[in-house]
Design a protein around this ligand. Structure first.
Ligand SMILES: [Zn+2]
Length: 242
């Protein structure tokens, strides 16, 4: 094989892996946000319950105020009972007092209903909080795993970049220039393997004369159809896929 071709194959592999690792590293913030998103259901349910509890407390205070008003009216009427002159006035005041007392009972029942709702909400809130704690622990460990993985990716990426740099420096500049030019317009794939009698990437037949040129490895040969640099690698039982 042409001495530079061996290096170009390694360079191609390194560059593809660099892209792969860079993409994975770039994905991290999105991946972390997606993990965080798993908590949103429990968090929303928590804030809804908290809002409802705050509203219930306000409604209860308001109803307590209503009871206080009726009680004040009743104590005023009871004082007036002492001074009334006629039976009708007395009856009318008693009627008012009875009406207000009924209103007080009704309002007390309303408060009780709200207290029951409060109790139910508190229980639910407690359950949601416990669930959230569990989910948070899972999400945090998933986040740590993802971050650790990216740390590892970064160190591999560093090694790959070093390897790439070394390869670039060791390849004849004109060959490297050809490689880069093809890579630019072929989405980063500048090399193609020749198998049988065709280019493995574009599947166009390679002329026998060209094929023997590739097999001797004396010069850099490009595919007539896709323009990629061709290299020869026979099929065999010990073949390493590339
Ligand atoms: Zn081709």
């Amino acid at each position: 094989m042409h001495p530079d071709l061996e290096k170009l194959i390694q360079l191609q592999e390194a560059e593809l892996q660099i892209k792969n690792y860079s993409d994975r590293i770039e994905q991290l913030p999105r991946h972390l946000a997606a993990l965080e998103e798993k908590l949103s259901g429990a968090l929303q349910s928590l804030s809804r319950s908290q809002e409802r509890l705050a509203k219930l407390a306000l409604e209860k205070r308001k109803l307590e105020g209503v009871i206080q008003d009726f009680e004040q009216k009743n104590s005023k009427y009871r004082e007036q009972l002492i001074d009334v002159k006629t039976n009708e006035q007395y009856k009318a005041l008693l009627h008012e007092i009875e009406f207000n007392t009924n209103q007080i009972r009704k309002t007390e029942d309303e408060i009780l209903t709200k207290m029951e709702e409060e109790e139910k909400l508190r229980r639910e809130l407690h359950q949601t909080e416990q669930l959230l704690q569990k989910e948070k622990a899972i999400v945090n460990s998933e986040k740590r795993a993802a971050e650790a993985e990216v740390e590892q990716d970064k160190s591999i990426l560093g090694e790959l970049q070093l390897l790439r740099q070394n390869l670039i420096e060791s390849v004849v500049p004109s060959v490297l220039e050809t490689y880069h030019r093809i890579a630019r317009f072929r989405k980063g794939i500048a090399l193609a393997r020749a198998t049988g009698d065709s280019c493995q990437v574009c599947h166009v037949r390679i002329r026998p004369q060209v094929l023997s040129q590739i097999m001797t490895g004396e010069s850099i040969v490009t595919c007539d159809s896709c323009q990629r640099i061709l290299y020869w690698k026979p099929d065999g039982p010990y073949e390493v896929s590339s």
